[in-house]
Design a protein around this ligand. Structure first.
Ligand code: PEP
Length: 253
């Protein structure tokens, strides 16, 4: 049995005051739900304040990115250890916005994943194909490269602290969700890749989240599929009512 994960990626939204208010509402709602792990990813500036608000709750906190370096003269960067210091247990790495807008490639993402795991964080590792890659039949090659290179050199113990998020780029922030068949097919493919790269036990234990326009109206159908172990939610995680409904999904295996 894989314990489901519902994670909210707040991207570059919310002031500290707004972030604490939303976190407070989620904390109350999460107190009564024990069927999943819950994670939210506020902006860097709000992390420590939100962590103080969530102390003692069953909501965990993630950074949205981190450096592959442990510290030093790297203006504008945040080291993995600093995320831990601010109260994070997790970090999101390899998000398609980081890949597309900030030029992050598989090698850099691999270095960041290693640095984050070495510091003691858990990693939500995002992968996903663009519409063009899907339509030109390159989806499986792209996913394969992202997984193989992104997770290269990780130990079995480190893999225990990795969650994968399959996020087809064409479904992020577009309102276009992958059908549950499309998502299940991709998740099952990724699980097979992990079995080949590591072993069957690791692949069976790995939690694979779906991300891309997850909403209250589609979460139950997605969560009912065998290989979908949770959701990484962008837009709908910014609204308390929507995210609380997603946290209360039904249909998990
Ligand atoms: C995301 O950015 O990780 C995401 C899934 O966004 P949205 O839910 O808005 O598509």
């Amino acid at each position: 049995m894989r314990r489901p994960v519902i994670a909210g990626n707040w991207k570059m939204h919310k002031t500290i005051t707004e972030a604490v208010e939303l976190a407070g509402s989620l904390k109350q709602a999460a107190a009564g739900i024990d069927h999943a792990d819950f994670i939210i990813a506020p902006v860097f500036t709000a992390l420590a304040t939100v962590a103080a608000e969530l102390k003692g709750s069953n909501l965990k906190i993630a950074g949205q990115n981190c450096s592959d370096q442990p510290g030093g003269a790297f203006t504008g960067e945040v080291a993995p250890q600093m995320l831990l210091d601010a109260g994070c247990s997790h970090v999101i790495l390899g998000h398609s916005e980081r890949r597309q807008l900030f030029g992050e490639n598989n090698d850099l993402i691999n270095a960041k994943i290693k640095a984050a795991l070495t510091a003691g964080l858990r990693v939500i590792f995002c992968i996903g194909e663009t519409l063009e890659e899907r339509e030109t039949g390159r989806m499986y090659d792209v996913l394969s490269e992202q997984v193989t290179q992104g997770l290269a050199g990780l130990s079995e113990e480190q893999m225990d602290r990795v969650i994968v998020a399959y996020e087809p780029v064409w479904a992020i922030g577009t309102g276009k969700t992958a059908t549950s068949d499309q998502a299940e097919e991709a998740h099952s493919f990724v699980r097979g890749l992990i079995a080949g790269q590591f072993n069957l036990q690791i692949s069976e234990q790995l939690r694979i989240l779906y991300g891309g326009s997850v909403k209250p109206g589609n979460v139950d159908e997605l969560m009912a599929r065998d290989n979908i172990d949770g959701a990484l939610v962008g837009g709908a995680s910014l609204n308390a009512d929507d995210f609380i409904r997603i946290m209360n999904f039904s249909g998990a295996n």
